[in-house]
Design a protein around this ligand. Structure first.
Ligand code: PEP
Length: 250
């Protein structure tokens, strides 16, 4: 059985005042029956982890540097995330790929570094609208999966998030058939590469404009084990019903 995961990515949103939301979220989901993760901006990680101590909610980072230490002004290492209280990190988010020119090889190195530091890693994959319209979605996802995910990993510590770039923050969502097609494809590729048992154990998240109104139908798609949620993770009013929908799908 794969444990369902509701992961919130706050992106570059939130200051100390917004941490009160976490207390409310923890209060609403004290025994959630699924895993709940919030990835706030790096300066909030320690305070968020402290705020949530003893709760069922885990904290993660949104990125880490591929190297462990050194002269990399402005960057955050995986060990720093762990030290601050993070248990997860996101790698390969399309906004990192677009804003910082991150390539699959960078994502792979970051993922390895993060795993070595003891973090669990959510590796993001996703096609552009042009790639989808050209009929290249599965080729793009297959290539990203091969090149971004290191060899020898397991479903215990690596989660894959399918996030079509054109669906992020746009209110546009693929059809359920399109989501199912990509998730089934990722599952098959993971089994081919890592063996049937291990490949079956990876959790696959869908991300891209998940909202309370569409969460239940998305979570009913086979091989969808949860969601990576951006905008709707910023407030309890939206994130809590998404978590409830995930539980309903369990
Ligand atoms: C994301 O940033 O990973 C994301 C899915 O954003 P949104 O839910 O706002 O589309």
């Amino acid at each position: 059985m794969r444990r369902k995961l509701a992961a919130g990515n706050w992106k570059m949103n939130g200051t100390g005042d917004d941490l009160a939301m976490l207390k409310d979220l923890a209060g609403a989901h004290s025994d959630p029956g699924c895993e709940i993760l919030i990835c706030p901006p790096a300066p909030l990680i320690h305070r968020a982890a402290t705020t949530l101590q003893g709760s069922a909610i885990t904290i993660g980072g949104q990125d880490c540097h591929p190297r462990t230490t050194g002269a990399h002004t402005g960057d955050t290492s995986a060990a720093m995330l762990v030290d601050a209280g993070a248990r997860y990190v996101i790698t390969g988010h399309s906004e990192r790929r677009a804003d910082h020119g991150e390539q699959d090889a960078d994502v792979r190195t970051k993922t390895t570094t993060a795993l070595e530091a003891g973090l669990q890693v959510i590796v993001c994959l996703g096609e552009s609208l042009a790639q989808r319209e050209a009929g290249n979605t599965l080729d793009v996802i297959g290539a990203q999966l091969s090149a971004s995910v290191p060899d020898g990993v397991t479903g215990k510590t690596v989660v894959i998030a399918y996030e079509p770039i054109w669906a992020i923050g746009t209110g546009k969502v693929p059809t359920l058939a399109q989501i199912g097609e990509v998730h089934d494809f990722i599952r098959a590729r993971l089994k081919d590469r890592f063996g049937a048992q291990n490949g079956q154990s990876f959790r696959l998240l869908y991300g891209g404009s998940v909202k309370p109104g569409n969460a239940a139908e998305i979570f009913a798609v086979p091989n969808v084990d949860g969601a990576l949620v951006g905008g709707a993770s910023l407030g309890v009013a939206d994130f809590s019903p998404i978590i409830a929908a995930l539980l309903g799908a369990s």
